[in-house]
Design a binder for this molecule. Structure first.
Ligand code: ZN
Length: 461
């Protein structure tokens, strides 16, 4: 049995690089970009509205129909939007609709698997009709199923199984419809601050001594020039994000990155994240020891500035300086987190990382004060970076239930208590740093959960 061999081999992932405008844009230029963003959002909502329902499922793949119908709709001329933006918006919205269907389907698969009163044959039938195009869309639209020819054998096998003849297709089809109704929501965007752009609508270049980007506008042949802080040039679809209040733009560039594979990474480690120390490993190693200090400095700065701000009102000329300094502190944190996570991966050489899940909102025992300071700096940033780095290095990340993870003794499993930063078990006398104990529990729970998963998989095969 080779589980990993069945997974699709993926060799690249996407990572986003950003470019920033240099100096504020003129009001007129910003207005021209806003016009595009507004229409872009409008087109997306039109597509969501028209193709987001069950009736359009058959048109989504491969999508030419939608493209043709959108061309014929006359919407583009009506808006006066250059076609390059128009089709970017159409495809982005279509992508969102497809993503939603993928999520709906995997939600239904999970519901089928968890359903206790379905027989094995019924589950086979359900998985088949949800998976196969021609079944799924027709069921949802109350039409006769069209089973693709190459699937006919597989389909008849379901009925030939023991108990197959007991399947009531009508009842199961209704179940599928109910499951979809529960999950399908009409998509909508309020976002008028950005748009995607392909190479046909932009060009990098120089204007005088400034390097920047020329962006097509709704005015024929007129491009807006935006100076940039770097001189990099890319040849791919970009995403332009407008920061209207600051008169600035940010460009997101998706960069393809090869996944690194480290055969020599064999360790399984548990990690506990913290406010003081960014990450503590179950072996006692700490990464990001200055995280707490940097964080504290940031919180203090924001607090002090907000007091001044409240006192002096919004016309405060110091506001701009504040934004700049805040950005600098932000950047320092980001760089620091990245460096320390790189160090963690290089030194711990993990094959698997076990990480406790975030407690869901309102969980008891979640310290309000900690909660406040976490939200001051981007909540979840460290976690997101860990996810990204695991992807980049083909390290398996396993998230485990974090409930009571710091209260439990990692040695005997009894409930213990704290003395400051120390964990103390009254049952077995175990003493350990609080965070190390939590990281050990993460690893322990992770290994148990992996083992259970392995057994479930082998039972299926
Ligand atoms: Zn104990």
């Amino acid at each position: 049995m080779n589980i990993t061999g069945k997974k699709m081999q993926q060799n690249t992932i996407y990572k986003t690089i950003r470019q920033y405008s240099k100096g504020p844009l003129s009001k007129e230029d910003m207005y021209k970009l806003q016009e595009i963003a507004k229409d872009y959002g409008y087109v997306k909502n039109y597509v969501y509205q028209r193709y987001g329902g069950v009736g359009s499922l058959g048109k989504l793949f491969p999508g030419y129909t939608v493209q043709n119908e959108m061309t014929q709709s006359g919407l583009r001329t009506q808006l006066g939007l250059p076609s390059v933006y128009f089709y970017c918006a159409v495809f982005e919205a279509l992508g969102d609709i497809k993503t939603q269907w993928t999520k709906i389907k995997s939600g239904i698969f999970a519901a089928i698997n968890a359903h206790e009163s379905f027989s094995i044959q019924e589950k086979h039938y359900l998985r088949f009709v949800v998976k196969v195009n021609g079944c799924f869309d027709n069921i949802l639209n109350g039409k006769k199923m069209l089973i693709p020819e190459n699937m006919l054998d597989a389909y008849s096998r379901i009925w030939d199984e023991d108990g197959g003849s007991d399947i009531c297709a009508e009842k199961l089809n209704k179940y599928v419809c109910r499951q979809v109704r529960k999950r399908l929501h009409r998509l909508h965007t309020e976002n008028t601050y950005g748009f995607a752009i392909t190479q046909r609508a932009y060009r990098y270049g120089w204007q005088g001594k400034e390097h920047g980007i020329f962006i097509s506008t709704k005015e024929n042949r007129k491009r807006v020039f935006v100076p940039l802080t770097d001189e990099n040039e890319y040849k791919k679809q970009l995403y332009i994000q407008l920061k209207t209040e600051e008169g600035a733009i940010q460009i997101a560039v998706p960069i393809e990155q090869r996944i690194r594979r480290h055969k020599e990474y064999r360790n399984e480690i548990g990690i506990s994240l913290g406010i003081e120390h960014m990450a503590t490993v179950d072996n006692g190693n700490i990464y990001g020891e200055c995280f707490g200090r940097f964080h504290y400095e940031m919180v203090e700065y924001l607090r002090a500035s907000n007091q001044t701000y409240r006192r002096e009102g919004s016309n405060n000329p110091g506001r701009k300086k504040y934004e700049q300094h805040k950005e600098k502190l932000d950047a320092r944190m980001e760089t620091y987190v990245n460096q320390e996570l790189n160090r963690l991966i290089a030194e711990e050489r993990p094959k698997i990382i076990y990480l406790p899940k975030l407690p869901s909102g309102g969980v008891q025992g979640y310290n309000k004060k900690i909660n406040y300071s976490v939200t001051v700096w981007k909540r979840g940033f460290v976690r997101d970076r860990i996810k990204q780095k695991c992807l980049e290095n083909s390290i398996e990340l396993v998230e485990i239930l974090g409930k009571d993870i710091s209260k439990e003794c990692s040695k005997c499993g009894a409930q213990g208590n704290y003395q400051g930063e120390r964990f103390l078990c009254n049952d077995c006398g175990y003493k350990e740093d609080k965070k190390v104990n939590a990281a050990k529990n993460a690893k322990k729970r992770g290994i148990i959960c992996q083992k259970a998963k392995g057994e479930r998989v082998s039972a299926l095969i």
